[in-house]
Design a protein around this ligand. Structure first.
Ligand SMILES: CC(C)(COP(=O)(O)OP(=O)(O)OC[C@H]1O[C@@H](n2cnc3c(N)ncnc32)[C@H](O)[C@@H]1OP(=O)(O)O)[C@@H](O)C(=O)NCCC(=O)NCCS
Length: 192
């Protein structure tokens, strides 16, 4: 079983992770719909009002850990850890609520400074050390090298190379990757 009470803020150098406020989301929306941000997203351009509403609703949803990444008072990224069921046979419920799905975005002005790695690492620590999850996965377009590099830097394994499993509005059918990590692997990772 998982414990869904979470304490905020959480430091994950060089950023601090915390649930979003309306003012945070205004900052995020200054860069969230830029083409260099949306190019490799599944959810491309967002409607600002719907985006605000969804993110603010997540604050009260115990299975939806959506955060902003604050770097010295500037909101430079976002992260999500959604908790769902794993797979399992019908007897018992050990697999319920033990699998996380991870996502992250960074303001292009702050790219290449380890922000996404810090968001991913902070949310994996939350997933395994606090929520007691069994496994976390994340996916990306195969061509989004910066994103899968982040997953590899935090110790995730490439579990699937989906050949033309993803539709891209400009490129058509393209390959996708899925990465995963288990709690035991997170605990056994080399000290950084
Ligand atoms: C992808 C993204 C999250 C990376 O954020 P970031 O804060 O720049 O990531 P980090 O600095 O923590 O790490 C990026 C790593 O990718 C590497 N990298 C960047 N561009 C690369 C490229 N074109 N090819 C290979 N590696 C690349 C960097 O060198 C770095 O690795 P290193 O530390 O080993 O040198 C960010 O660019 C982003 O938000 N992009 C738009 C939205 C998006 O694609 N989100 C992910 C959806 S799955």
């Amino acid at each position: 079983m998982t414990t869904l009470e979470v304490s905020w803020p959480r430091r994950s150098d060089p950023v601090v992770l915390r649930p979003p406020t309306p003012a945070d989301l205004d900052q995020v929306l200054t860069w969230r719909n830029r083409p260099d941000v949306t190019r490799w997203l599944l959810r491309t351009e967002v409607d600002p009002e719907a985006y605000r509403a969804t993110w603010l609703a997540s604050v009260d949803d115990p299975r939806d850990h959506a955060v902003v990444a604050d770097l010295d008072g500037v909101v430079v990224g976002t992260g999500t850890l959604s908790v769902g069921d794993g797979m399992g046979q019908s007897q018992g419920d050990v697999w319920r609520g033990v699998e996380g799905s991870l996502g992250y975005l960074v303001d292009p002005a702050y790219a290449g400074r380890g922000v996404a790695t810090a968001i991913a690492g902070g949310l994996l620590e939350l997933a395994f050390a606090e929520l007691g999850l069994h496994r976390v996965t994340a996916g990306c377009f195969a061509a989004n090298a910066a994103s899968w590099r982040v997953m590899e830097k935090v110790g995730m394994r490439r579990e699937q190379h989906g050949v033309q499993d993803s539709w891209h509005d400009e490129l058509g059918w393209v390959d996708g990757y899925t990465y995963g990590i288990l709690a035991a692997e997170w605990r056994a990772r080399p000290e950084r």
